[in-house]
Design a protein around this ligand. Structure first.
Ligand code: AMP
Ligand code: ZN
Length: 114
């Protein structure tokens, strides 16, 4: 998608601090980190939100979670714990309309979220 910031990071038009990449996803450090570890995992293809997941593309979700857990182990936050977050839509707090999951860790996570 031409005016999508995450598509632009995927195709190299704008820089992203990549910590992982494979044929289906990239992971980047969040530009405005909310925890010592704050990584975004996103599909290379433009999917607007979890509301666009269907039987044709649902495999991307398990892949994203596997990558997130691998990164959690690499960053050393797997033993103490971490949080994986998806914001969907305006009231859900989604500000970039390209599906992504936040991997947050390295500090105690409060509940309920704000
Ligand atoms: P959300 O609010 O759930 O849509 O999350 C969007 C996230 O993208 C926010 O945490 C932003 O800090 C982050 N973000 C926006 N632009 C960039 C960028 N160029 N590189 C890395 N992270 C970004
Ligand atoms: Zn996009």
């Amino acid at each position: 998608m031409t005016d999508c910031i995450f598509c632009k990071i995927v195709n190299g038009e704008i820089p992203g601090d990549r910590v992982y990449e494979d044929d289906r996803v990239i992971a980047i450090n969040d530009i405005n980190p909310q925890a010592p570890v704050h990584i975004l995992i996103l599909p290379k293809s433009h999917i607007k939100s979890v509301m666009e997941i269907d039987s044709d593309n649902e495999d991307i979700l398990s892949h994203i979670f596997k990558v997130a857990c691998r990164l959690a182990a690499e960053k050393g936050i797997d033993r103490k714990g971490f949080r994986i977050v998806n914001n969907c839509g305006e009231e859900g707090g989604q500000t970039v309309d390209h599906l992504h999951f936040h991997l947050l860790g390295g500090r105690f996570m409060e509940w309920p979220p704000g």
